[in-house]
Structures are given as C-alpha cells and as structure tokens.
Design a protein around this ligand. Structure first.
Ligand code: GLY
Length: 387
C-alpha cells in the first residue's frame, strides 16, 4: 500500500490473466473516453448497454454520447434498480433483448451500473450466442472496487445469493470516479465495506491509512481514487493467481458467509444492502476469531470500531426493522454457501488486521451457538464495540 496519492491522471491496473488479461481504467471523467477505448479494442463493433432505471437517468445519455462520438451504434435495455433484478425473470428479459438487438459474437455488451447490473449483464453476456464479450462500467463504489473485477457473474436463487452464474471475465473495466458523486451516501458507505475489506484481509497498512483518511475517501478527490486503485490492485493480484476461487480468492469472502445469510434473511432487500451485510459479517468474523483466541480482543475491537465509525452495521441490532428468522433458517442459509465443500463449512477468519486465512475447521455447532447468541433478543444489546 505504498503507492503515492495521485490526482488528475487516470490509473490503469492490469488483471494478468494471459490471453484474457484486461485493464481497469480508474479516474474522474473516464465515461467520456468509453467510446474511444472500445473502438480501439473492438473496431467496427456495435454495443448493447445493460443498465438500470436509476443509473440510466444519470449516465445513459453520456454513455451513448461517448459511443456515438467514436462512431459506435448502441442500443440499451433497462432493468429495475435493486437486487430483485438478479433473477431468472430479468435474466430472461435481458437475454431476449440482446438477441432482439441482433447482438453478434463480435459485438459488445456494456454493463453500466452497480453490482446487480454487472452480475446480471455479465452472466447474460456469457450465455447469449454462447458468449459475447463485455465491458464493465461500474457506477457504484462497491462495483468499482469489487464486483466489476474478476469475472464473477450471477443471479440469485431462492436458495441463496449468486448460486446461478459463471466465471466470465470482461475485456475492459472503466471506473469513472466522478459518477460516484451522484451516489446516495448509504450506497457509498456500503461500497466502502468492500474497500476496507482489502485492508482487513491482507494489507494492514491500507487499513491504517483508511482509518486516518476515510473521511477524505467519502468526500471525493484523490483519496477516493487512491482507495479505489489500491483495492483494484489487490483484487487484480488475487484474481490473477486464483481466478476460479480454489484458494486465495476465497479470502475476498471475508465477512460474506455471515453476511450472505443475513442478506438472504432480509430478503435481498434494501433493508440490508450487500455492503452493509458484508460490514456486519466482517464484524462477526472478527468477533468469532477473537472468541476462538485467534486474535486479541482489542485488535478485533479496533477493526469493528472502524466499521462502526463509518456507520456500517456491526451488530444485528443495528439493522432496523428486522424480525430475524430462527437459527435453523440461518444455518440452512450458511450451509448453502458456495464455499461449502463436502458438507464442511469454509470460513474466512483472522489472526490479526490484514491477516485473514481460510479454514474448514469450524464446526457447525460452534457457528450455531455463536449466531444463536447474536440473534437472541436478550443479547441484542450486548457487547458492542465503542466507535
Ligand atoms: N467478490 C468476491 C470475488 O470476486 O471473488
């Protein structure tokens, strides 16, 4: 995390995947360069843009204008904003729309939006005509630092999140940091959970930097670009050595096993955004690690206090208006996690800030007792790190 702050010029991070390598371009105002970047990569192509209604309002016209200025014809398909669009219903609609738009194999799909649009659009691109290349244009912080990079595409099943999908890498990611200016603060904060995750899992210096500078990251400017670039570099390095998540890439799931279960329990709704669930899940992962004696309680409390200070939920009680389902339901969700191997739970735990590791040595009974305690109404006011 020794990269100096930069201002103004775009930053390029390469995802080194051999003949499927691609660049992530990061900087203010890069949406205006999308057309020329695509024309260089794929001369003569036409583009189908997948976006959602909210993003379309803010950024579709600028995207179309950038493509048109480079002589690229485009069409667009819109889905409703929100996790509900990661479903068979909208997957079918998007695939049909791409076929109706006569998208051919040499054309391109552009996923313009946050994590939902990126996951849905990438998955549709992976199957239409057995695969059309696509470009990610992430418009949320969460998508810029995480979901647009690495080729995980998916829709949700009623059994759990992201259970139907494919590894399918984009050919380019264009992260225009200026588009984050229109993001509601709650969404930015949710994306911040995935940003600080890189510090918590493998880069203690980055965590320290964020602990001092997080307000500047929220405010915008060079600190924000720096945080996005450090996150993308960390993710690109992990994806390059473990694209299919057989080892190190699992570290990126810090906080996700608990987080996904809470997100599903909340009905994948805006009662608990994905990033908020990850923040809650990371707090629980640190607390669980401390309980197992892996990390001093004071260090776990430091991580949890940072998450609380930025306003992320760190305790079940912090999620308003939820009637948490029973422990059996939660354990069922956890056992559906994609990281379960031959029935054994896989957990990402920590030996310190920046020292996450993957373990299969966590008994379901231990998780059950821990979660039951967290869900117990009598305990909802119990132990909470002080920000
Ligand atoms: N979001 C976790 C990963 O891409 O592996």
């Amino acid at each position: 995390m020794t990269v100096p702050l930069r201002s103004g010029e775009p930053i390029t991070v390469n995802v080194a995947l051999g003949d499927r390598a691609y660049d992530i371009a990061i900087g203010r105002g890069l949406l205006a360069t999308l057309g020329e970047r695509i024309a260089k990569l794929r001369p003569g192509c036409k583009v189908a843009i997948i976006t959602d209604a909210t993003v379309a309002k803010h950024h579709l016209a600028a995207t179309e204008a950038s493509l048109a200025a480079a002589g690229i014809a485009s069409s667009s398909v819109k889905v409703p904003a929100g996790e509900g669009s990661k479903s068979f219903k909208y997957f079918e609609q998007v695939c049909d729309a791409l076929i109706a738009a006569k998208v051919e194999r040499d054309d391109l799909v552009v996923a313009l939006g946050g994590g939902v649009v990126g996951d849905l659009g990438g998955f549709a691109a992976s199957v239409v005509r057995r695969g059309v290349d696509y470009v990610q244009v992430p418009t949320s912080l969460l998508a810029q630092v995480d979901s647009s990079v690495g080729g995980k595409t998916a829709i949700n099943s009623r059994h759990g999140k992201n259970l139907i999908g494919a590894f399918y890498q984009p050919i380019l990611v264009v992260a225009d940091t200026a588009v984050l200016d229109t993001l509601p603060e709650r969404e930015f904060r949710a994306g911040y959970a995935e940003t600080v995750k890189y510090g918590l899992l493998g880069d203690a210096d980055f965590f320290e930097w964020l602990d001092v500078n997080w307000r500047d990251v929220f405010a915008g400017g060079p600190a924000r670009e720096h945080a996005i670039a450090v996150s993308c570099r960390a993710k690109a390095a992990i994806v390059a050595r473990d694209e299919r998540e057989t080892g190190d890439r699992m570290l990126l799931n810090l906080g996700h096993t608990f987080g996904h279960a809470f997100e599903a329990a909340a009905g994948f709704s805006d009662r608990l955004l994905h990033g908020e669930a990850v923040g809650l899940g990371m707090s629980l992962a640190f607390e669980f690690s401390a309980r197992r004696g892996l990390i001093p309680q004071a260090e776990a409390d430091r991580a949890i206090a940072h998450l609380a200070a930025v306003g992320l939920p760190t305790h079940v009680r912090a999620v308003p208006g939820l009637n948490w389902p029973g422990i059996d339901f939660m354990m069922d969700l956890i056992s559906q996690d994609k990281k379960v191997k031959r029935g054994q739970l896989t957990f990402i735990l920590v030996r310190g800030i920046g020292q996450a590791f993957v373990t299969r040595e966590v008994e379901a009974a231990e998780v059950r007792a821990f979660l039951a305690e967290k869900l117990d109404a009598k305990n909802l006011g119990a132990r909470q790190a002080t920000p």
